[in-house]
Design a protein around this ligand. Sequence first.
Ligand code: AR6
Ligand code: MG
Length: 309
Amino acid sequence: MQSTLLSRFTGCLIGEALGDAVGELAFSARTRDLLDSEVEKAELLRYTDDTAMALGIAQCLVESGSVAPEPLGRIFHANYSREPWRGYASGPPSIFARVQAVGIKYSEAASALFGGRGSFGNGSAMRVAPVGLFYHKSPELYERACESAMPTHTHPLALDGAAVQAKAVALAIGLPPGGAFSPRSFLEALEGFARTTEFRSKIRLALDLILSGASDPDAARTLGKSVAVHESLPFSLYSFAKYPASFRECIYCAVLNGGDRDTMGAMAGAISGAYLGVASLPGEWREKLENSVLFSELAASLMHNLPLS
Ligand code: AR6
Ligand code: MG
């Protein structure tokens, strides 16, 4: 039982990193064959800011048992300062610079972005998977996911998106990987968990597209695939719910239909890895993953420090 849960936790973190790294390659290798050959040629599968920030959240949970915005902001900031080349968008670095210059709180700097509306980029959802793992049985899951968004993303859509992605990971952990998977049950549970009209209607649309047999490119066009969280997250959920039995097929769907490829790979990969467990992720991808020991260690530490439920 314990080893099954550990394999899901590890699968989630490694799945996130693999989807991110393979998705990043898909910006230049835009077909399945080209992508396979790029992965084969690569010595190392290198992840981007998505996974770097997910690692920051896991680190904060292991160190403090919480995702309080200020300590979490300090960890994001320190990790960014060490590796600024991971492909961050403009929002987080500008928040870190402002906090450093003026001494305000991370969440205060975050809420001033984009004309005072805060960011609805997918940055809060792309990194939230460890919150989904840690609080998978907790009634506080929604609130804790929002808390983890606050150091950089304060827009209501970014908060709801973080909560929906965390819930997707939590649901995936609770489902038997060998059993019959119902896209309807999975997506309707997420629809019921979401609190914004945008997410509720997009998740419903993702289900309708699966049930009606739409093609993946049509689904991507219909749902959207940009850095806006209410576009790229619904298509990531679609990718997992359409291809639950195969990590590889799920990732091909998420990263080979244009848009924000690395982040859709990261979000879909975290859910798929949590559902299937680490042993079901492609071995030839796993053996090339940068820092893979760190993911296994963090997964074990998260599991051994779970809050009482
Ligand atoms: N109004 C208009 N545009 C917005 C708004 C808004 N309220 N919020 C976000 N955008 P950012 P992230 C647009 O900078 O979410 C990395 O490559 C705006 O164009 O907060 O952490 C990752 O791998 C802004 O530049 O960063 C992900 O792909 C963009 O959304 C992605 O970037 C990103 O928001 C994550 O970015
Ligand atoms: Mg990225």
